[in-house]
Design a protein around this ligand. Structure first.
Ligand code: ZN
Length: 155
């Protein structure tokens, strides 16, 4: 059941292949409950994996207007540890399920989605990795606020 819903969230076969090669496909299936997956289906949340610097993605499913498309970059994700990749996916799912929340509120809410599924430490490690390796994008107050908040949870 989860497998069917998970598969139905991928925009094409290539996306499934990339996710498997990143070791996140089966893992994200297990990280969420069936109820979680039903909600993703109900809220029209989909995944696409790109291949930087550019890729063409044939859309092999019907995606309704207003859907939330979570787009992840294969080449960037390979630099993170597999559990950190799953934490990043979970964070993005958190955004996709609450698109109305923005800035700090949106980031904290998305973090809570990953934390609530047991990925606090991996999320923390991914943020520290991101600051160190992608300072232009991540060496910002919001990233440090997120790190501090996760540390304060004392998990
Ligand atoms: Zn975010």
């Amino acid at each position: 059941m989860i497998g069917e819903i998970l598969y139905s969230r991928m925009v094409n076969e290539k996306c499934v292949d990339y996710a498997q090669r990143l070791n996140v496909y089966t893992e994200i299936g297990h990280a969420l409950t069936l109820e979680d997956w039903r909600l993703l289906k109900q809220k029209n949340v989909y995944f696409n994996i790109t291949f930087s610097p550019g890729v063409t993605s044939p859309i092999e499913i019907d995606i309704p207007r207003g859907s939330q498309l979570i787009t992840l970059d294969f080449n960037t994700l390979t630099n993170y540890e597999p559990r950190q990749r799953v934490a990043i996916l979970l964070h993005e799912i958190g955004h996709a399920l609450a698109p109305g929340l923005v800035r700090q509120e949106g980031e904290f809410n998305a973090d809570d989605y990953a934390i609530g599924r047991g990925y606090a430490e991996d999320l923390l490690n991914s943020l520290n990795f991101a600051i160190e390796n992608y300072p232009n994008e991540f060496d910002k107050p919001i990233t440090r606020e997120r790190i501090q908040r996760i540390q304060n949870l004392g998990l």
